[in-house]
Design a protein around this ligand. Structure first.
Ligand SMILES: [Zn+2]
Length: 185
């Protein structure tokens, strides 16, 4: 397994729509294992393939480090799709691709999703609370959307300076990153 560098805001790959996975192979399994390793080494609870520069519809989630959720099972979701969304709630979010910025985001509270597991079987589940929120945040990544896009413009202004720093690569984090400054050759 390998820790992959995480692309930060401003890197074009974060703004692209990822393609569906057509079937399992060793490369996909390896990517999923690397994504888990990358997420854990950065103390994240979710990661989308776009964040490691791969445009495939794969997300990983692990809430077991969250207080009170020690029994949560790690999940790899391939080609996740939202079937139904209900109710709204607000919670503060952050993102490994947008370091040090946090803000309140409104999302659906209950959802029904379908995805393929690592055997490429369809799984349909209802999720809510934090798990649902992380899945929605990560599905956004697969569609080129970042959580900061969901902050109302009037509130987003307060992050302008911090966002400019991220886009110019003027950030220091404890995990390997690739900034927009690195990809603009
Ligand atoms: Zn994120």
């Amino acid at each position: 397994m390998a820790v992959l560098p995480i692309f930060t805001d401003g890197a074009p790959v974060l703004r692209k729509k990822a393609d569906p996975v057509k079937g399992m192979n060793d490369n996909i399994i390896q990517l999923i294992m690397d994504m888990f390793e990358t997420m854990r080494s950065a103390n994240g609870i979710g990661l989308a393939a776009n964040q490691v520069g791969i445009l495939k519809r794969i997300i990983v989630v692990d809430l077991s480090e969250v207080e009170g959720m020690e029994n949560a099972k790690p999940l790899a979701l391939i080609n996740p799709k939202i079937l139904e969304q209900q109710d709204k709630w607000v919670m503060e979010e952050g993102c490994l691709s947008v370091p040090e910025i946090r803000d309140d985001i409104e999302r659906a509270k209950k959802l029904k999703i379908i995805y393929k597991d690592t055997n490429f079987n369809d799984i349909e589940i209802e999720v809510n609370g934090l798990l649902g929120r992380v899945i929605l945040h990560e599905i956004d990544h697969l569609d080129g959307i970042l959580f900061i896009d969901r902050i109302p413009p009037s509130k987003r202004k307060q992050h302008t300076e911090a966002l400019n720093k991220i886009r110019h690569g003027e950030i220091e984090v404890s995990y390997p990153i690739i900034t927009a400054a690195d990809v603009q050759v």
